[in-house]
Each structure stands twice: as structure tokens, then as C-alpha cells.
Design a binder for this molecule. Structure first.
Ligand code: ZN
Length: 328
């Protein structure tokens, strides 16, 4: 059943939201801001359930009334969700979706005293859609509550930001992520490894578990180790490039991110908290001059940008690996 206990962490934020719901002070437009996969969507759904519930208790949905069942089944007539539509080339929220929403909120709620609208990935609205939503928020249809979810708050129109209250969702700690992974049956060692590389996002930890993220990090580390020992050959590059040609751009982007974070840790592990805490003993054995590492990181950032172009992934990957090798 949908409830606050399903969320990992965020104790203070949950207490704040519950208080607002219990005291009937929930803002009419609110932004939940925070990294992907930290629980914003789940929190918004629990808010919706509590706001639509017939018998909420201290800002929590009762879990047994008809409303609660309908929200959990995503079929409550006064619960409306807008999500980005994904095509091969883009992922965005189109103006048509916001117009449909506008039409919906112009009507009175059906089952409940109010209506709750979640806009997931609000930064993915194009300008026309965002302006259309702005008009809707500016002239609030009575009884409608808007919850905008975003991993990139500054990507929202300033005018939208200024009309919404913002609630921040922090990243989760590795310990929180590991604990939940273990609860879900992941073995302890794997849970600890994933929790460290998930970057504070439980959603990302799950994705990494499903896509072999730990192996990807190992491939990144293996590449750096070989480069540092001058054992990275043109054959290695050709072989790796051929393998990467079959990857998605997202997967290559993840590989790049691993290389960047590992290089960062080699350079700064003594002064900053390392991203790859579990690998510190291995990383400390890598011998690369700091100046070279910084150049490698700069190169990685360039290739991250180039990934957005239409260039062939294989060519990009090979060019990147060659540059890394030559930088040594
Ligand atoms: Zn209920």
C-alpha cells in the first residue's frame, strides 16, 4: 500500500510535507527538486494519496479507503500525471499534453474535494508547454494542487519557479542505499559496491544492478590501470571500440563518468571524499602525474559533450581512448 514508509531516507522532508498536509497548508504549486532516483516521484504519489484520502492520519494516507486504493492503482479520477514522451531522438513534454491537462483541471474534481497533478520531469517541457503550464498555475483552477518533479530546477522557467514553493530532496547516503538493496535481496558485497557507485540515487543503484554497472566500472578502472602502466595497445583500443559500438550512448556516457570519477579519486582521494571508497587501495597504486590526470579529465568532459552530436559511437569511443592513451 502506498505510504511514507516506502521512502528511503528524507526524514525531515517527509515530516515537513506531512505537517503541511495535516494542517491543510499544502501549497497549491510545489517543486520537488533533487537528483534522479532519490524518491521524488514516490514522495509525490504519497502526497497525492494523502491529499485525496477520505481519512488521512497525520498527513499520511489511510491506505484502506477507496481513494487510497484508486491512487495506488493509478486510476483515481482526480489524480493526474504528466510524463515525458520518449521518441528515438528526444524526450520531452509537449504542449498538447499540457493543453489536455488544462482541459482536465478546468472541470470540478469528481471523487475528492481536490485534484492532484504530478508533472514528472518538468524541465522536459518545451518552451510552449512551459508557458501554457505557467498560465494554468497563474490562474489556479480551484482545488487543484500541482507537484512538479525535476532533477534540474534551473531548467524550469524562472516565472514557474517563482510561483512554486520548492522542496529539496537530498541525495541518499551509500549506507541508506545499501540497506535497501540488501532488504530487496541483493547480496551484501554487491549492495555495498553498488551503493558507492550509485551517486546517491537509489534508482540508479537499481539500474546499475540490472545493467551490470559494477562491471562497467571495472572496465573503466582496467583501462586506466593499463594506460598508467603503458600496457594499453592499439589492439586494446580497437577491441574495446568494437565492443562499445554495440553499446547505447547512455552506457558509453556511464563508462565516461566512471573513468572521470576514478581519475578524480586518484588525484584527490587524500583531500576530498572519494567517489569510489571501496577502490581506494587499488587506486592508490596507480601512478600518473596529476597534470596528466587533469588533462584526461578535461578530455573526458569534451567527449561527454561530443556524445550529444550524431557522430558514430565507435569513432567517438576510439578517438577518446586514443587521446587518453596519448596523454600518458
Ligand atoms: Zn485513504
Amino acid at each position: 500500500m502506498i505510504g511514507w514508509k516506502n521512502l528511503i531516507g528524507h526524514a525531515a522532508t517527509i515530516a515537513y510535507l506531512r505537517k503541511n498536509i495535516a494542517e491543510e497548508k499544502f501549497p497549491h504549486a510545489v517543486i520537488f527538486s533533487g537528483a534522479e532516483g532519490v524518491g521524488k516521484r514516490l514522495a509525490a504519489e504519497v502526497c497525492a494519496a494523502a491529499l485525496l484520502c477520505d481519512n488521512p492520519v497525520d498527513g499520511s494516507p489511510c491506505g484502506v479507503c477507496e481513494s487510497c486504493h484508486l491512487v495506488a492503482a493509478r486510476s483515481h479520477p482526480d489524480f493526474y500525471v504528466v510524463e515525458a514522451e520518449e521518441t528515438k531522438t528526444a524526450r520531452n513534454i509537449k504542449i498538447g499534453q499540457i493543453r489536455d491537462l488544462q482541459a482536465e483541471v478546468s472541470l470540478r474534481p469528481i471523487n475528492s474535494v481536490r485534484r492532484v497533478v504530478i508533472i514528472d520531469g518538468a524541465e522536459l517541457m518545451n518552451k510552449a508547454a512551459a508557458n501554457c503550464l505557467l498560465k494554468t498555475i497563474e490562474e489556479p483552477p480551484s482545488q487543484t494542487i500541482f507537484i512538479l518533479l525535476t532533477a534540474n530546477r534551473t531548467g524550469l522557467l524562472m516565472t514557474i519557479r517563482s510561483r512554486c514553493m520548492t522542496v529539496h530532496f537530498d541525495k541518499l547516503t551509500p549506507a541508506q542505499i545499501a540497506e535497501e538493496l540488501i532488504n530487496r535481496g541483493v547480496d551484501v558485497q554487491e549492495a555495498q559496491r553498488l551503493s558507492v557507485i550509485a551517486g546517491g540515487s537509489f534508482g540508479r543503484a537499481l539500474m546499475l544492478r540490472d545493467s551490470g554497472g559494477a562491471e562497467l566500472r571495472e572496465a573503466a578502472l582496467d583501462t586506466i590501470e593499463k594506460i598508467s602502466r603503458a600496457e594499453f595497445t592499439n589492439e586494446d583500443i580497437f577491441k574495446l571500440g568494437a565492443e562499445m559500438a554495440d553499446w547505447s550512448r547512455d552506457k558509453f556516457s556511464d563508462f565516461l563518468t566512471h573513468v572521470q570519477k576514478l581519475l578524480w579519486d586518484i588525484c584527490f582521494a587524500e583531500v576530498l571524499e572519494p567517489h569510489n571508497l571501496d577502490l581506494v587501495p587499488r587506486l592508490s597504486k596507480i601512478n600518473l602525474p596529476e597534470r596528466k590526470i587533469l588533462l584526461m579529465i578535461e578530455t573526458g568532459a569534451q567527449y561527454h559533450r561530443r556524445l550529444k552530436s550524431n557522430a558514430s559511437l565507435r569513432l567517438l569511443a576510439e578517438a577518446y581512448l586514443i587521446e587518453l592513451k596519448n596523454l600518458r
